[in-house]
Design a binder for this molecule. Sequence first.
Ligand code: ADP
Ligand code: ZN
Ligand code: ZN
Length: 733
Amino acid sequence: MTHPIARVALPIPLDKNFDYLIKSNMTPVIGGRVLVPFGRQRLVGIVVAIGNDSDFPIQQLKPIQQVLDNQPLWQPPLFGLLKWASSYYQYPLGDALANAMPALLRKGREASTATLKYWQLTDTGREQPLNGLKRAPKQAQILNLLRHGPLSHDALLADDVSSATLKTVMQKGWIVEQQQQPKQLQWQPQFAITEQKPRLNEEQALAIATVNSNPGFGCYLLDGVTGSGKTEVYLNLLEPILAAGKQALILVPEIGLTPQTINRFKRRFNVPLETVHSGLNDSERMTAWLAGRDNQAGIIIGTRSALFTPFADLGIIIVDEEHDASYKQQDSLRYHARDLAVMRANKENIPIVLGSATPALETLHNAQTGKYHYLTLSKRAGNASAARHGVIDVKGLYLNAGLSAPLIAEMRKHLNAGNQVMLFLNRRGFSPAMMCHECGWIAECTRCDAYYTLHQQSGELRCHHCATQRPIMHQCQQCGSTQLLPVGVGTEQLEAQLAELFPEFKTVRIDRDSTRRKGSLENYLEAIKNNEYQILIGTQMLAKGHHFPNVTLVALIDVDSALFSNDFRASERLAQLFIQVAGRAGRASKPGSVLLQTHHPEHQLLQSLLHKGYGVFSQAALTERRQALLPPFTHLVLLRAEANDSDQVCQFLQQVRAIFEASPVYDQDCCVLGPNPAPLARRAGRFRWQLILQIPNRNKLQQILTIAKPAIQLLPLAKKIRWSIDVEPQDLT
Ligand code: ADP
Ligand code: ZN
Ligand code: ZN
């Protein structure tokens, strides 16, 4: 007798799916969620197949407990993309699918707006005097938070309110629950262009016509200098799509999702727009997901993970700043959102536009080999002008917190003229350590092969790799001397030094630490615009997407660490940073200049970048990559492994190497490098090793991994060691 059986992908780190019986009163669907027993737990899984047989005896199968969806969560193109990503990036399907769902769906909530619970004040709640609640500060907090209007349950929980307190306040009759009514808004009839459009220049018009003349899938690289009008091209491409009632997805880098960007789209079109980014709480995320699926949003703008938003009728994908490193996810499903976006456009049979002033070498290569169409905007739109640039040879010069005397003099000139100055520091290799002046000993983390970073303000030594911290010591641990000095330059030290050098000017530091709080980046940017600060210190973050018309001098303080890095992408990143800052400094009436400090002004890549521009630089860099058999001419797979026992890690990777080499598809074009110690060879007490697999083509790469992974999992050491596979890694540390 046959029995209907569902194969279910579960959110667990195993590369297999599980079979469950379908009871006669149930109608699960492929791509929909079910609740199933698993050991002693109950898990929410996704049905991936329905059939009549199982590899297991039917008597041993358990039945599905509950069917949660009567229609698939994803249309076939997106569901297909997720399955492809799971296999290409070697990440279990159940986990990959769970990653692509809002948390509320993972928890089993209904996939509709009815699932979003809101709280609002009642009239009695509104009249409660808050100072009467001194003994119940949490209750007062709730009333205060709701004073400005209803908030979702999840938003309140995110604000450190507990469900229990909410219940208490509800029982007092001060707040009531409010269900979101499912909206059924039709935005299409209201579609309109709501601002005056600029007249397109010839290159813009050509780019737009090229995309519009090819129906269906096509991938277009829009290579245009900063300010050349790429965004204007995107807006024009969206117009016929939205007018036809279709939706648009716009991906931006993590730091590019600024109110400025969002407002340009809002100003142009009268269509509902949603944003998707890591700062959303559970219900906001769910709202955006549903808005895409139910066609309640015409435009969705978001960072990396927005790629997995379902759409009722997607018409185009734009990836802005496509070279940006934040498109690669660095843990769990290690996908590259730009690459997956191209794949999605292909499956949806729609156009995709990759825009950048400094395209990734991979993307340029794809355009040169004809895989992507190449579109260019060579002139700046409007009336901006290009920045001047120069090199300061710092060989033998005294550096004051990393600044040479010529740079300090130049800064003074610009500051005295009433302009702003921006200084860039690479994060890596730039933190101050503590050194003994007598014997040269440097305070080192006891758990990592790394020096402690000195945080003068908090009086601590902190390891940035394992988060260990300890008070600043006063004696050298090697010779006992008390002459301990900070060495190296960190942003904190630079800031202190600038205050001494330029007491009359105010300095602001923009990096991940100083902008952690929601909204603080916007506040800083606003303050900079209003000239409240004159000296800006920044990392990569400051370079992206922000235009500061009063900044007339930009300096890259340490170019050498990128030119001589052991990461083969470092010089590409430096070039991108340089072009970005050069493109944003100054304006027509106040031309900007960019200065680079280096010990190696003669460096060939630096020379071609400075004198011939990114186009020539990228050709030279591509030639180097070709000769070194590096991406895009080969594809890399990085196996990371770590454990407390160094020998075991090395031995494990040797066995992995043997598995690769024994693969029936492995041939003389393939190559395995290592095992080698990772650039950071020890972290948090664990020894870290790497193995790199180099393969000329993607299909072969996938074949080798698909055969190798189950074999690796069977190695006895695989259970003792923490290891991961990173397909096409962006970061080799
Ligand atoms: P990008 O996205 O390449 O940095 P933008 O699209 O933001 O460039 O354009 C830069 C500036 O030039 C914007 O202020 C924009 O409004 C303006 N601009 C763009 N295209 C034109 C055009 N064809 N005519 C006049 N101004 C334009
Ligand atoms: Zn450490
Ligand atoms: Zn010493």
